[in-house]
Design a protein around this ligand. Sequence first.
Ligand SMILES: Nc1ncnc2c1ncn2[C@@H]1O[C@H](COP(=O)(O)OP(=O)(O)OP(=O)(O)O)[C@@H](O)[C@H]1O
Ligand SMILES: [Mg+2]
Length: 256
Amino acid sequence: MTDMHPSLLEMSGIVKHFGGLTAVAGVDLELERGEVLAIVGDNGAGKSTLIKILTGVFVPDEGEIKMEGVPVRIGNRRDARALGIEAVYQSLALVDALDAAGNVFLGHELRRSFMGIRLLDNARMAAEATRVLKDNVGIELDNLSEPTIHLSGGQRQAVAIARAIYHADLKVLVMDEPTASLGPEETRNTLALIRGLKEQGMALIVISHNLDHVFAIADRVMVMRNGRCSGIRSTAEATKRDVLGLIVSEEAAAAA
Ligand SMILES: Nc1ncnc2c1ncn2[C@@H]1O[C@H](COP(=O)(O)OP(=O)(O)OP(=O)(O)O)[C@@H](O)[C@H]1O
Ligand SMILES: [Mg+2]
């Protein structure tokens, strides 16, 4: 992109070593507003490491990150969050004993005054959580008041997304294998959720091992191999076989 219209996100020359191992060996990534970018590649290719650099879990050894054309420093998760970059993991970051609304408002509780006493406004939090889940995440929970430990993996993920949307000016949502441990119906719901977020103009980076899912949701797919990008393809123009060829070595693809 030109400087007149910079991409939403630009990562360039990203390198990350773990001791003697190079997990990410000089990767560029660009993401536009409203775009779903999938990252695929074999186990150990460096996918999670790359997005953990974006979300502030790891600091890169080399490379530059720009948001809307402006160089940024992401030293920790709070820095990423302040830039509107959030990662959502199925297993992570919900308090099991709280219900969905309690989790959406955790640390940002809504209160009301009753005879001069500040009380939690549970009714308003429940109503707001219901609204965000329905309008922004596209899911209606019939078990809104259950502790979230009783929710399914997909529902928990939806609550985590609702929280991210509610409290931040969310610009980039990162999902690392969002359908990995979901059943068929939950998987369909999560793919629909991703499409719904894209329709609202959200940009998403989704790591997946499932090319059917990738082709169902992504605009572009970036293939990583041995810490490098081995190709980027538009899902409208490429086939799954093309992408598979980039994931495995060229020789293996030719033999398949
Ligand atoms: N915290 C860490 N300490 C040391 N090595 C790590 C660490 N995290 C990842 N690695 C190594 O970096 C390489 C890339 O790992 P990464 O998790 O990024 O791969 P991945 O593409 O996400 O794989 P998968 O598809 O299995 O999730 C691997 O060799 C891995 O063992
Ligand atoms: Mg991974």
